[in-house]
Design a protein around this ligand. Structure first.
Ligand code: 5GP
Ligand code: MN
Length: 318
Protein backbone atom coordinates (compact mmCIF):
# COMPACT_ATOMS: atom_id res chain seq x y z
CA UNK A 1 0.00 0.00 0.00
CA UNK A 2 1.38 3.33 -1.11
CA UNK A 3 0.84 5.10 2.24
CA UNK A 4 2.81 2.36 4.05
CA UNK A 5 5.51 2.54 1.38
CA UNK A 6 5.79 6.31 1.89
CA UNK A 7 5.99 5.86 5.64
CA UNK A 8 8.72 3.22 5.28
CA UNK A 9 10.80 5.74 3.31
CA UNK A 10 10.25 8.29 6.08
CA UNK A 11 11.30 5.80 8.75
CA UNK A 12 14.44 4.90 6.82
CA UNK A 13 15.45 8.54 6.30
CA UNK A 14 17.82 10.26 8.73
CA UNK A 15 17.33 13.83 7.63
CA UNK A 16 14.21 15.07 5.85
CA UNK A 17 13.56 18.25 3.85
CA UNK A 18 9.91 19.38 3.93
CA UNK A 19 9.04 21.59 0.94
CA UNK A 20 6.20 24.13 0.78
CA UNK A 21 5.02 26.01 -2.31
CA UNK A 22 5.85 29.61 -3.28
CA UNK A 23 3.43 32.27 -1.97
CA UNK A 24 2.53 29.77 0.75
CA UNK A 25 -0.90 29.34 2.32
CA UNK A 26 -2.09 27.66 5.50
CA UNK A 27 -2.46 24.28 3.80
CA UNK A 28 1.10 23.96 2.54
CA UNK A 29 2.68 25.39 5.72
CA UNK A 30 0.30 23.67 8.15
CA UNK A 31 0.78 20.30 6.44
CA UNK A 32 4.58 20.59 6.40
CA UNK A 33 4.78 21.84 9.99
CA UNK A 34 2.43 19.08 11.17
CA UNK A 35 4.76 16.45 9.77
CA UNK A 36 7.74 18.40 11.13
CA UNK A 37 6.35 18.13 14.69
CA UNK A 38 5.27 14.53 14.27
CA UNK A 39 8.63 13.42 12.85
CA UNK A 40 10.60 15.31 15.46
CA UNK A 41 8.59 13.57 18.15
CA UNK A 42 9.91 10.36 16.55
CA UNK A 43 13.49 11.63 16.74
CA UNK A 44 13.92 12.54 13.05
CA UNK A 45 15.93 15.51 11.85
CA UNK A 46 13.85 17.76 9.58
CA UNK A 47 13.82 21.21 8.03
CA UNK A 48 10.93 23.12 6.47
CA UNK A 49 11.76 25.11 3.32
CA UNK A 50 9.90 27.96 1.64
CA UNK A 51 11.35 30.07 -1.18
CA UNK A 52 9.21 33.19 -0.67
CA UNK A 53 7.58 35.39 1.95
CA UNK A 54 5.33 33.85 4.63
CA UNK A 55 1.76 35.15 5.12
CA UNK A 56 1.20 37.65 7.92
CA UNK A 57 -1.53 35.72 9.73
CA UNK A 58 0.15 32.33 10.18
CA UNK A 59 2.66 33.53 12.77
CA UNK A 60 0.80 31.52 15.43
CA UNK A 61 1.60 28.16 13.85
CA UNK A 62 4.05 26.34 16.13
CA UNK A 63 7.43 26.04 14.39
CA UNK A 64 6.77 28.73 11.75
CA UNK A 65 9.90 30.60 12.89
CA UNK A 66 11.95 27.58 11.79
CA UNK A 67 10.77 27.78 8.18
CA UNK A 68 13.87 28.62 6.15
CA UNK A 69 14.77 29.98 2.71
CA UNK A 70 17.96 27.92 2.89
CA UNK A 71 18.24 24.39 1.53
CA UNK A 72 20.29 22.35 4.03
CA UNK A 73 23.54 20.75 2.81
CA UNK A 74 22.56 17.21 3.73
CA UNK A 75 19.22 15.47 3.54
CA UNK A 76 18.19 12.08 2.26
CA UNK A 77 14.47 12.51 1.67
CA UNK A 78 12.29 15.33 0.33
CA UNK A 79 8.55 15.66 0.94
CA UNK A 80 6.49 18.32 -0.87
CA UNK A 81 3.12 19.62 0.29
CA UNK A 82 0.22 21.10 -1.70
CA UNK A 83 2.29 21.82 -4.82
CA UNK A 84 0.61 20.81 -8.09
CA UNK A 85 3.82 20.92 -10.07
CA UNK A 86 7.54 20.88 -9.25
CA UNK A 87 8.04 24.54 -10.30
CA UNK A 88 5.67 25.65 -7.52
CA UNK A 89 8.34 24.61 -5.00
CA UNK A 90 10.75 27.33 -6.11
CA UNK A 91 13.80 25.05 -6.07
CA UNK A 92 16.24 24.31 -8.84
CA UNK A 93 16.74 20.58 -8.60
CA UNK A 94 15.79 17.52 -6.63
CA UNK A 95 18.56 16.30 -4.43
CA UNK A 96 16.94 13.16 -3.05
CA UNK A 97 14.01 10.75 -3.21
CA UNK A 98 10.80 12.81 -3.30
CA UNK A 99 7.39 12.10 -1.79
CA UNK A 100 4.72 14.38 -3.32
CA UNK A 101 1.74 14.96 -0.99
CA UNK A 102 -1.14 16.92 -2.52
CA UNK A 103 -4.85 17.25 -3.34
CA UNK A 104 -4.74 19.09 -6.68
CA UNK A 105 -6.38 17.13 -9.48
CA UNK A 106 -3.94 18.84 -11.85
CA UNK A 107 -0.91 17.45 -9.93
CA UNK A 108 1.72 16.28 -12.41
CA UNK A 109 2.82 13.33 -10.20
CA UNK A 110 6.42 14.62 -10.15
CA UNK A 111 7.37 12.60 -7.04
CA UNK A 112 8.98 9.17 -6.72
CA UNK A 113 5.98 8.40 -4.54
CA UNK A 114 2.81 10.44 -5.10
CA UNK A 115 0.14 10.64 -2.39
CA UNK A 116 -2.52 12.63 -4.26
CA UNK A 117 -6.17 12.74 -3.24
CA UNK A 118 -8.08 15.07 -5.60
CA UNK A 119 -11.33 14.69 -3.65
CA UNK A 120 -9.81 15.78 -0.35
CA UNK A 121 -10.54 19.26 1.00
CA UNK A 122 -6.90 19.93 1.89
CA UNK A 123 -3.41 18.48 1.66
CA UNK A 124 -3.64 18.33 5.46
CA UNK A 125 -6.25 15.61 5.01
CA UNK A 126 -3.72 13.53 3.05
CA UNK A 127 -1.12 14.03 5.82
CA UNK A 128 -3.72 13.00 8.39
CA UNK A 129 -4.48 9.84 6.38
CA UNK A 130 -0.74 9.07 6.24
CA UNK A 131 -0.51 9.34 10.04
CA UNK A 132 -3.67 7.32 10.66
CA UNK A 133 -2.81 4.48 8.29
CA UNK A 134 0.44 4.15 10.20
CA UNK A 135 -1.28 4.25 13.61
CA UNK A 136 0.12 7.63 14.63
CA UNK A 137 -1.92 10.05 16.74
CA UNK A 138 -1.08 13.70 15.97
CA UNK A 139 0.87 15.51 18.68
CA UNK A 140 -0.83 18.64 20.02
CA UNK A 141 1.34 20.88 17.80
CA UNK A 142 0.78 18.71 14.74
CA UNK A 143 -2.98 18.74 15.38
CA UNK A 144 -3.05 22.55 15.54
CA UNK A 145 -1.16 22.80 12.25
CA UNK A 146 -3.40 20.24 10.54
CA UNK A 147 -6.60 21.86 11.78
CA UNK A 148 -5.49 25.31 10.61
CA UNK A 149 -4.60 23.94 7.17
CA UNK A 150 -7.92 22.11 6.93
CA UNK A 151 -10.24 24.96 7.91
CA UNK A 152 -8.38 27.47 5.76
CA UNK A 153 -8.52 25.30 2.64
CA UNK A 154 -12.22 24.49 3.02
CA UNK A 155 -13.31 28.06 3.82
CA UNK A 156 -14.28 27.10 7.37
CA UNK A 157 -16.42 24.18 6.14
CA UNK A 158 -18.14 26.13 3.34
CA UNK A 159 -16.69 24.60 0.16
CA UNK A 160 -17.94 21.72 -1.99
CA UNK A 161 -15.05 19.57 -0.76
CA UNK A 162 -16.54 19.41 2.75
CA UNK A 163 -18.01 16.04 3.70
CA UNK A 164 -18.42 13.77 6.70
CA UNK A 165 -14.73 12.84 6.66
CA UNK A 166 -13.68 16.47 6.94
CA UNK A 167 -15.81 16.87 10.07
CA UNK A 168 -14.50 13.58 11.44
CA UNK A 169 -10.92 14.78 10.99
CA UNK A 170 -11.77 18.13 12.62
CA UNK A 171 -13.37 16.30 15.54
CA UNK A 172 -10.40 13.99 15.96
CA UNK A 173 -8.03 16.99 15.97
CA UNK A 174 -10.13 18.61 18.71
CA UNK A 175 -9.61 15.45 20.74
CA UNK A 176 -5.85 16.00 20.23
CA UNK A 177 -6.14 19.40 21.90
CA UNK A 178 -7.15 21.87 19.17
CA UNK A 179 -9.43 24.74 20.20
CA UNK A 180 -11.44 25.78 17.10
CA UNK A 181 -12.23 29.26 18.32
CA UNK A 182 -8.54 29.98 18.94
CA UNK A 183 -7.73 29.08 15.32
CA UNK A 184 -10.69 31.07 13.95
CA UNK A 185 -9.60 34.09 15.98
CA UNK A 186 -5.98 33.84 14.82
CA UNK A 187 -6.98 33.48 11.17
CA UNK A 188 -9.85 35.96 10.93
CA UNK A 189 -9.98 38.38 13.85
CA UNK A 190 -6.68 40.24 13.94
CA UNK A 191 -6.54 42.03 10.62
CA UNK A 192 -4.39 45.13 10.14
CA UNK A 193 -6.07 48.38 9.09
CA UNK A 194 -4.01 48.30 5.87
CA UNK A 195 -5.99 45.26 4.75
CA UNK A 196 -9.35 47.01 5.09
CA UNK A 197 -8.00 50.06 3.27
CA UNK A 198 -6.86 47.77 0.47
CA UNK A 199 -10.23 46.01 0.28
CA UNK A 200 -11.91 49.42 0.10
CA UNK A 201 -9.79 50.33 -2.95
CA UNK A 202 -10.18 46.92 -4.55
CA UNK A 203 -13.96 47.05 -4.36
CA UNK A 204 -13.86 50.46 -6.06
CA UNK A 205 -12.34 48.72 -9.10
CA UNK A 206 -15.20 46.20 -9.34
CA UNK A 207 -16.55 45.65 -12.85
CA UNK A 208 -19.28 43.21 -13.81
CA UNK A 209 -19.41 41.35 -17.13
CA UNK A 210 -21.61 38.78 -18.84
CA UNK A 211 -24.87 39.92 -17.21
CA UNK A 212 -23.25 40.19 -13.80
CA UNK A 213 -22.07 36.59 -13.81
CA UNK A 214 -18.40 37.57 -13.85
CA UNK A 215 -17.03 40.07 -11.31
CA UNK A 216 -13.54 41.50 -11.81
CA UNK A 217 -11.31 43.47 -9.43
CA UNK A 218 -7.80 44.82 -10.07
CA UNK A 219 -4.80 45.12 -7.76
CA UNK A 220 -1.83 47.31 -8.74
CA UNK A 221 1.56 47.74 -7.09
CA UNK A 222 0.57 51.37 -6.42
CA UNK A 223 -2.41 50.23 -4.34
CA UNK A 224 -0.13 48.04 -2.23
CA UNK A 225 2.30 50.93 -1.73
CA UNK A 226 -0.45 53.41 -0.87
CA UNK A 227 -2.07 51.16 1.74
CA UNK A 228 0.98 49.31 3.03
CA UNK A 229 -0.93 46.05 2.57
CA UNK A 230 0.47 42.68 1.50
CA UNK A 231 -0.75 41.12 -1.75
CA UNK A 232 -2.43 38.11 -0.11
CA UNK A 233 -4.68 40.56 1.74
CA UNK A 234 -6.69 40.89 -1.48
CA UNK A 235 -8.08 37.34 -1.09
CA UNK A 236 -11.01 38.40 1.07
CA UNK A 237 -12.05 41.06 -1.45
CA UNK A 238 -12.17 38.33 -4.08
CA UNK A 239 -14.41 36.21 -1.83
CA UNK A 240 -16.66 39.25 -1.42
CA UNK A 241 -16.97 39.53 -5.20
CA UNK A 242 -17.91 35.84 -5.40
CA UNK A 243 -20.50 36.41 -2.67
CA UNK A 244 -22.58 38.60 -5.00
CA UNK A 245 -25.85 36.85 -5.85
CA UNK A 246 -25.41 37.13 -9.62
CA UNK A 247 -21.71 36.22 -9.74
CA UNK A 248 -20.60 32.75 -10.84
CA UNK A 249 -16.91 33.57 -11.35
CA UNK A 250 -14.86 36.17 -9.47
CA UNK A 251 -11.58 37.35 -10.99
CA UNK A 252 -8.66 39.15 -9.36
CA UNK A 253 -6.10 40.68 -11.74
CA UNK A 254 -2.91 41.44 -9.86
CA UNK A 255 0.11 43.31 -11.09
CA UNK A 256 3.23 41.57 -9.74
CA UNK A 257 6.48 43.32 -8.72
CA UNK A 258 8.00 42.40 -12.10
CA UNK A 259 4.96 43.71 -14.01
CA UNK A 260 3.56 40.30 -14.87
CA UNK A 261 -0.16 39.69 -14.38
CA UNK A 262 -1.25 37.11 -11.81
CA UNK A 263 -4.87 36.03 -12.13
CA UNK A 264 -6.89 34.42 -9.33
CA UNK A 265 -10.21 32.77 -10.15
CA UNK A 266 -12.98 31.78 -7.75
CA UNK A 267 -16.28 30.14 -8.72
CA UNK A 268 -19.44 28.93 -7.01
CA UNK A 269 -20.49 25.52 -8.32
CA UNK A 270 -21.27 25.85 -12.03
CA UNK A 271 -17.86 26.68 -13.51
CA UNK A 272 -14.67 24.61 -13.17
CA UNK A 273 -12.08 27.40 -13.06
CA UNK A 274 -9.13 24.98 -12.87
CA UNK A 275 -9.83 23.96 -16.48
CA UNK A 276 -9.70 27.60 -17.54
CA UNK A 277 -6.50 28.24 -15.55
CA UNK A 278 -4.90 25.21 -17.23
CA UNK A 279 -5.49 26.73 -20.67
CA UNK A 280 -3.34 29.68 -19.49
CA UNK A 281 -0.61 27.40 -18.09
CA UNK A 282 -1.81 27.60 -14.47
CA UNK A 283 -3.82 25.21 -12.33
CA UNK A 284 -5.78 24.76 -9.13
CA UNK A 285 -9.13 23.38 -8.05
CA UNK A 286 -12.65 23.44 -9.47
CA UNK A 287 -13.64 26.50 -7.42
CA UNK A 288 -10.24 28.18 -6.87
CA UNK A 289 -7.50 28.40 -9.46
CA UNK A 290 -4.89 30.76 -10.84
CA UNK A 291 -2.25 31.51 -13.43
CA UNK A 292 0.33 34.12 -14.41
CA UNK A 293 0.21 35.50 -17.95
CA UNK A 294 1.94 38.39 -19.73
CA UNK A 295 2.08 42.05 -18.72
CA UNK A 296 -1.08 43.37 -20.34
CA UNK A 297 -3.92 43.40 -17.81
CA UNK A 298 -6.63 44.40 -20.30
CA UNK A 299 -5.41 41.84 -22.82
CA UNK A 300 -5.44 39.00 -20.28
CA UNK A 301 -8.92 40.03 -19.15
CA UNK A 302 -10.23 40.15 -22.73
CA UNK A 303 -8.96 36.64 -23.44
CA UNK A 304 -10.32 35.36 -20.14
CA UNK A 305 -13.77 36.89 -20.70
CA UNK A 306 -13.94 35.28 -24.15
CA UNK A 307 -13.21 31.86 -22.64
CA UNK A 308 -15.67 32.41 -19.80
CA UNK A 309 -18.42 33.42 -22.24
CA UNK A 310 -18.42 29.84 -23.55
CA UNK A 311 -18.89 28.27 -20.10
CA UNK A 312 -22.18 26.78 -19.02
CA UNK A 313 -23.46 29.02 -16.25
CA UNK A 314 -21.91 32.12 -17.84
CA UNK A 315 -22.95 31.99 -21.52
CA UNK A 316 -25.20 34.95 -22.08
CA UNK A 317 -27.34 33.84 -24.98
CA UNK A 318 -30.57 32.37 -23.68
P1 5GP B 1 -4.63 31.69 -5.69
O1 5GP B 1 -5.56 32.26 -6.69
O2 5GP B 1 -5.07 31.92 -4.29
O3 5GP B 1 -3.20 32.06 -5.93
O4 5GP B 1 -4.66 30.12 -5.91
C1 5GP B 1 -5.84 29.37 -5.93
C2 5GP B 1 -5.52 27.93 -6.29
O5 5GP B 1 -4.96 27.89 -7.60
C3 5GP B 1 -4.50 27.26 -5.38
O6 5GP B 1 -4.91 25.93 -5.21
C4 5GP B 1 -3.21 27.32 -6.15
O7 5GP B 1 -2.42 26.22 -5.87
C5 5GP B 1 -3.66 27.33 -7.58
N1 5GP B 1 -2.80 28.18 -8.40
C6 5GP B 1 -2.73 29.53 -8.38
N2 5GP B 1 -1.82 30.00 -9.27
C7 5GP B 1 -1.29 28.90 -9.88
C8 5GP B 1 -0.29 28.71 -10.90
O8 5GP B 1 0.30 29.65 -11.45
N3 5GP B 1 -0.04 27.41 -11.26
C9 5GP B 1 -0.67 26.36 -10.67
N4 5GP B 1 -0.36 25.11 -11.08
N5 5GP B 1 -1.61 26.50 -9.72
C10 5GP B 1 -1.92 27.74 -9.32
MN1 MN C 1 -4.45 23.05 -0.54
Amino acid sequence: MIYQEAFKKIQEARSILLLTHVNPDADTLGSALALYHQLRSMGKRCKVFNATQLPYNLDFLPGIEKVSKQIPKKYDLMISFDAGDFQRLGIEERGAFLINIDHHRSNTAYGDINLIEPDFAATAQVVYKLLRLNSLIPTKEAALCLYTALVDDCGFFKYESVDEEVFEMAGALCRCGVEPHYVAKQLTMREPLAKLRLIQRLLETLELYHKGRVGVIRLTQDMLKATGAAKEMADDALSMVRSLATVEVAVLLREEEDGRIKVSLRSKDLVDVSRIALTFGGGGHKNAAGFTDGEDMDGVLRELLEKLAKEKGIETKE
